[in-house]
Design a protein around this ligand. Structure first.
Ligand code: ATP
Ligand code: MG
Length: 564
């Protein structure tokens, strides 16, 4: 698929085609000026960022035009559904910042749907088919070859009615009978070729228990639920476009006034380097290729929340990619850009050293501690400043020192100066090595005239590095996350299994990292910028005295350079 990478627009965007349609409907006085939408997830998994795109338009349209949006759980298949998923879906919608008017379940309408099915049977528009799934599939034909009628198509109405009741009483085993709508086996639209509308399932339902054994199919439930609720605009993804004639056919059979819901389709969100379907995500969870639905590498909202992505960043990204009528792939680096943009504006800058080595300032008095003023966020003055403790021994990044450095290396190397962020300019004097030649300590001398407020405070040196005072540091574990898959479109790798195309470096755990004291009381999910490194947040695994941070996103996109 083609990768779209829309340019970032600073200006307010123009209306998308869905907003235009709603505005036209309102102008024409359709639905008595009412706007009602719904978000209809199936509770068979956690929501992913694709769902966020649907949520933003469903709830967003209602908000923008003074309407309402209901949350409706499409729970018509008890085999795959679970209350755990219902709870997580509600949590994720709230986290994104949206409010539903009502919560409904398709199962609330099982009786109404049953009555409607009986009505179709009585009108000779539905019949019980006793053929196997294979036989039914064989008779379907192809898009260019008409299907053939089932031998049961014209069975007497009474017989169908009796069998339909048996399908629901438990007398009929699963797979032995289905109810089909009698529409047109020669229709050019395959969905109109006598679609199955009820099947038998003997597994108890998470809400209705064992009351029902005959369950409506998605197509039979969806539009009718829209109709029962008074939905005006039923928005969904493009794959449902071919279902629309069937949606309309059922509504035609139900209508008893001028009111009818209308289905409109938009493009799915597909992201590079991941998969975007609950079924595939469940597979990753079940095969233990990730730690769970909320693994920070997952494209689920629970995973992104844990990773440190914010609702604002996700919504900003969705706004940038927009709503169209053609499917494509969205570049994950655009999402990462939106995350950086949002966090840059709002989070405090702190010091974290991922791979520490000790720097000793040999001319700094032993036992002395100074408080260095540091600005919390240069992008936001209102966040103020704080002080950070400075002393003779500091943790710095191992790769901020090099004994034999090339000319363009502007960090610590013997004889050269660097500035310690918010502190002094120091000149490197050497290092100590162990028996194997590994550097274990770095030495430097500080220049007391270069602290903020001193005469040489503004003296220019080429490099600035970050640090954490050794006696004032906290230990931390840092989890460096990267893309889950090595390839842009994992589903295009048809003959490969997921485990063969996973990025082996999608999680690198670093222990023994050092962070400044300020982070002592940070709570799970709090976001920070570790200066010079990236954006990080506190993982819920974090405990007092055993801090755990997740890398949300690096400061710069380095993927292209390092990709295999
Ligand atoms: P999945 O294949 O991941 O299970 P689904 O379409 O079966 O997705 P539902 O729970 O049935 O998931 O979807 C709820 C709503 O979210 C539907 O209106 C659907 O069109 C929309 N949706 C699902 N995936 C995406 C996506 N990738 N981009 C935009 N909208 C999506
Ligand atoms: Mg689905």
């Amino acid at each position: 698929m083609k990768i779209e990478n829309p340019t970032v627009e600073e200006n307010k965007r123009s209306l998308n085609f869905i907003e235009q349609m709603v505005e036209n409907d309102l102008k024409e006085g359709k639905n008595d000026g009412r706007v009602q939408t719904r978000f209809p997830p199936e509770p068979n998994g956690y929501l992913h960022i694709g769902h966020a795109k649907a949520i933003c338009i469903d709830f967003g349209i209602a908000e923008k035009y003074g309407g309402t949006c209901n949350l409706r759980f499409d729970d018509t298949n008890p085999v795959k559904e679970d209350v755990e998923y219902v709870d997580s879906i509600m949590e994720d919608i709230k986290w994104l910042g949206f409010h539903w008017e009502n919560v409904y379940y398709a199962s609330d309408y099982f009786q109404q749907l049953w009555d409607f099915a009986e009505k179709l049977i009585k009108e000779g528009k539905a019949y019980v088919d006793e053929q196997s799934a294979e036989e039914i599939a064989k008779q379907k034909g192809t898009p260019t070859v008409p299907g053939t009628n089932s031998p049961y198509r014209d069975r007497p109405i009474e017989e169908t009615m009796e069998l339909f009741h048996k399908m629901n009483s438990g007398e009929i085993p699963e797979g032995k009978m289905v109810l089909r709508a009698k529409i047109d086996m020669a229709s050019s639209n395959m969905h109109m070729r006598d679609p199955i509308i009820y099947r038998v399932i003997h597994i108890p339902h998470h809400r209705t228990g064992t009351k029902w054994k005959a369950y409506p199919m998605y197509d039979f439930a969806h539009g009718q639920c829209d109709y029962f609720e008074g939905v005006t605009h039923s928005l969904c993804t493009l794959e449902f476009e071919v279902h629309r004639p069937l949606y309309d056919w059922f509504i035609d059979q139900l209508m008893d006034s001028d009111y009818r819901p209308r289905q409109t389709e938009f493009n799915r969100l597909n992201l590079t380097y991941t998969v975007m379907s609950k079924r595939r995500l469940l597979q990753l969870v079940q095969d233990k290729l990730v730690t769970g639905w909320d693994d920070p590498r997952m494209p689920t909202l629970a995973g992104m929340r844990r990773r440190g992505y914010t609702p604002e960043a996700i919504k900003g990204f969705i706004d940038k990619i927009g709503y169209t009528k053609y499917d494509g792939m969205n570049d994950v680096s655009l999402l990462e850009f939106a995350v950086r943009e949002d966090l840059n504006a709002r989070v405090a800058r702190v010091s974290g050293v991922i791979d520490p080595i000790k720097l000793i300032l040999t001319n700094y008095p032993e036992g002395q501690v100074e408080e260095m003023e540091t600005i919390n966020n240069p992008e936001d003055e209102s966040m103020g400043s704080r002080t950070v403790k400075f002393s003779r021994e500091l943790w710095i990044e191992r790769d901020d020192f090099m004994e034999d450095a090339p000319k363009k290396y502007f960090r610590l190397t013997p004889g050269k100066e660097v500035r310690l962020k918010s502190g002094y300019i120091v000149k490197c004097t050497g290092c100590k090595k162990d028996d194997d030649g590994n550097v274990v300590e770095v030495y430097a001398e500080y220049d007391p005239m270069t602290k903020s407020g001193m005469p040489e405070a503004n003296r220019r040196v080429k490099g600035t590095i970050h640090w954490v005072s050794v006696p004032h540091s906290l230990d931390a574990e840092v989890r460096l996350y990267d893309r889950l898959f090595m390839v842009e479109d994992p589903l295009a790798e048809k003959d490969k299994e997921f485990k063969d195309i996973l990025n082996p470096e999608s999680l690198v755990v670093k222990s023994g990292c050092k962070v400044e004291e300020y982070l002592k009381d940070a709570s799970p999910l709090d976001n920070f910028q570790f200066q010079r490194i990236g954006y990080f947040n506190v993982d819920p695994d974090s405990k007092d005295g055993a801090l755990v941070f997740n890398r949300t996103v690096a400061l710069r996109d380095s993927w292209k350079k390092t990709s295999k």
